[in-house]
Write a protein that binds this ligand. Structure first.
Ligand SMILES: [Zn+2]
Length: 468
């Protein structure tokens, strides 16, 4: 199994610290607002890593932190005149609820920064003792980048003090503009914590170094996060652990491509911002998952209505075919070409886009078996279902009908038309078939015309029945 390591910029053989056990750490959320689609896609990627590793026989431990103390949280709590904990509880609850709706299994552990203050201050003290950090005049504690010759190895940048202009505007108590805060002095009692350097709160980077190594050990297998976190966040996490002699810290750094909606980064001002709930209400879970996985995790994901439209019929057909050939078969350890091809795709750096191509070939075969009423359809369907589950498809409670509901709802919203119910669609299908049998082509055409504004076509001679 190969995995691309951002540190070496190469695909490397996946060898875990302990055989058949894999540890995953993913940088989590700062709960000061509703979770957006980007959060869900990051969690989706993490879950696919986890699910495939479990499928491949690894015992996986998956940790995602919660940054529950931060400037944005404090700004919000002051604006609302409530304790910051009220803000974080509200948005942690909202994050967990919406991610559950997206089908994400919660992490095995979700440590919060505020629960780790003591361990964080101990870690910072060790960095000071080792000469890797210093207490500045104002009581802030900084990591001393100049003391770390390897600083910049992950983001592949040189960090010298003499960068033109970089001295401008830096605070005088910092030795270098590249030094970053491990502890920020802050006196407001209700928003700060005690430390050997006075009241304050931890810098953002330090919490991940402390929580990941505390829970998963000094060397973790995979550290996941968005591409935008390489610098400074991951560079600093790595420097802190190196400084504290926590061994290699991370075996494989995996960075996720960023999410674009309609060609640009999601932002409230561009009007392409979607909370997880809004995205689910518009597109439905399955279409979102399928469409996201057509991109490699390292590539940027470009989601748009046009893209979702392209995948609607595939998703519908897959669920329909599984339903038609629904008799489940207990699979003996199957070594078919299909399974082997799926493994090849996923073993090659979790290549979900290739894995979906493999599944689509499997479904093409299934379509032939179904049309030919072959008894082998059930076996193939069971196999496809099993592989699809690794990619978070064909989950509990998902049927052709639930997918059809989602797709119909998306189409009506997209075109701004009065919602049409699945039952009406089914009725129209039946009425058209009855009309055609009676050779009443006027009635049959009238039904076709009623669906035309929805861009839905009835497929008279196909098990598929509708094309969107
Ligand atoms: Zn982190």
């Amino acid at each position: 199994m190969l995995i691309y390591n951002s540190l070496t910029k190469k695909k490397e053989e996946f060898l875990t610290v302990e055989p058949k056990k894999a540890t995953l750490y993913i940088c989590g959320v700062t709960p000061y607002d509703e979770p957006h689609l980007g959060h869900a896609i990051t969690a989706l990627r993490g879950n696919i890593f986890r699910r495939y590793l479990q499928y491949a026989g690894y015992e996986v431990t998956y940790v995602q932190n919660i940054t529950d103390i931060d400037d944005k949280i404090i700004t919000r709590s002051r604006a609302e005149k409530v304790p910051f904990g009220t803000i974080t509880e509200r948005y942690i609850e909202s994050y967990q609820r919406q991610l559950k709706r997206f089908g994400i299994t919660p992490p095995d552990s979700e440590p919060r920064a505020t629960e780790y203050i003591e361990k964080i201050t101990q870690f910072v003290q060790q960095l000071i003792d080792k000469g890797r950090a210093y207490v500045a005049g104002d009581g802030d504690v900084y990591f001393d980048v100049a003391k770390d010759p390897d600083y910049g190895c992950l983001s592949r940048q040189e960090y010298t003090e003499n960068v033109a202009g970089s001295r401008k505007g830096i605070r005088s108590d910092k030795r270098s503009p590249h030094d970053f805060a491990l502890w920020k002095r802050f006196d407001e009692e209700s928003e700060s914590f005690p430390s050997p350097w006075g009241r304050g709160r931890p810098g953002w980077h330090i919490e991940c170094s402390v929580m990941s190594t505390d829970i998963l050990g000094s060397e973790i297998d995979i550290h996941l996060g968005g591409l935008d976190l390489i610098f400074p966040h991951h560079e600093n996490e790595l420097a802190q652990c190196r400084g504290q002699n926590k061994g290699r810290f991370v075996r494989y750094w995996a960075h996720l491509g960023l999410l674009n909606i309609n060609g640009s980064k999601m932002s409230k001002s561009l009007g392409n911002f979607l909370t997880v709930d809004q995205a689910l209400d518009r597109y439905g879970k399955t279409l979102l998952i399928y469409s996201s996985l057509t991109f490699h995790y390292r590539s940027p994901i470009n989601l748009s209505d046009t893209l979702f439209d392209e995948h609607v019929n595939t998703v519908l057909e897959w669920y329909r075919l599984l339903e038609i050939s629904s008799q489940t078969v207990d699979l003996v350890e199957s070594q078919t070409a299909l399974v082997a091809a799926f493994h090849r795709a996923m073993d090659d750096d979790f290549n979900t886009s290739q894995a979906l191509v493999v599944l689509s070939q499997g479904f093409k075969e299934l379509r032939k078996l179904v049309v030919g009423s072959s008894t082998e359809a059930g076996t193939l369907a069971s196999e496809l279902r099993k592989l699809g589950k690794v990619l978070m498809l064909f989950g509990e409670g998902e049927t052709y009908n639930t997918i059809l509901d989602e797709v119909l709802s998306f189409r009506c919203q997209q075109l701004g038309l009065t919602p049409i119910q699945r039952s009406e669609l089914e009725e129209m299908y039946k009425a058209r078939q009855a009309a055609r049998e009676k050779k009443d082509f006027v009635a049959a055409d009238a039904i076709r015309d009623r669906l035309a504004p929805y861009k839905i076509q009835i497929l008279d001679k196909s098990e598929q029945r509708f094309r969107f």
